[in-house]
Write a protein that binds this ligand. Sequence first.
Ligand code: HEM
Ligand code: HEM
Length: 208
Amino acid sequence: MTDAVRVWDPLVRIFHWGLVAAFATAWLTADELQPLHEIFGYIVAGLIAFRILWGLFGSRYARFTQFLRGPGTTVRYLSDALRGREARYLGHNPAGAVMIVAILLTLSGTAFTGWLIADPSRQALQPELPPIVTTAQADEDEYGESGERGGEREEVLEEMHEVFANLMLFLIALHLGGVAFASVRHRENLAHAMVTGRKRPPEPGDIA
Ligand code: HEM
Ligand code: HEM
């Protein structure tokens, strides 16, 4: 592939594989090695903050304006994909773009709820829980007063933290399925392209 074109800049690639490593470490240390869990959770949060800035000011294929498309284009892309006639995109395809937004939002939610649990004083930042949540949680409340460790706010936050983390596993499975599908359909190893940054040059009909 001597004539391959540069698509993913080095920072996008470092971001991607750094995120994979940091997420995996945060996941594996959860409930096992709490200090490491929090450090890697903060690394995930830092990577996301960087990616949002890079989506605004980064290189061509890193920018949100390059790859975010409207719902019409996204639905058309998915229905074309089902019929086996979707266009090849040099950058992220419209379905991949939705996945990127979903991953960034879900990881932000995971990191934010983790940050709130890690120090009970931060839970004072939360608005009062609606009565229905308070009642539902009351039975499970092991330690009584709200705000104490094990209190109802903390229970709800822990639940949310785990729901976000589990949602990530689901998104990652879909993400890997999408990467495998597009790699087979367009006969290029997209995971390898995320390592080298290079892809086959656009052909007629491709969207560059
Ligand atoms: C070994 C497993 C993984 C492989 C092989 C992989 C592969 C890829 C590939 C090929 C792309 C580019 C897709 C395209 O061509 O449009 C991509 C993008 C992306 N992946 Fe993964 N991925 C993996 C795991 C993950 C995990 C675990 C996460 C989240 C924790 C993740 C988050 C992302 C994000 C956010 C992007 C967008 C990249 C950007 O533009 O900054 N990936 N991945
Ligand atoms: C963003 C990546 C993160 C992932 C994937 C993640 C995942 C998880 C999971 C799955 C658990 C449940 C463990 C269990 O009880 O079995 C957990 C617990 C916890 N996480 Fe995270 N977390 C992340 C970030 C953070 C951050 C940034 C913090 C705080 C700075 C944090 C603080 C905590 C705390 C304090 C618990 C224990 C809650 C409890 O007592 O049940 N996490 N995390």
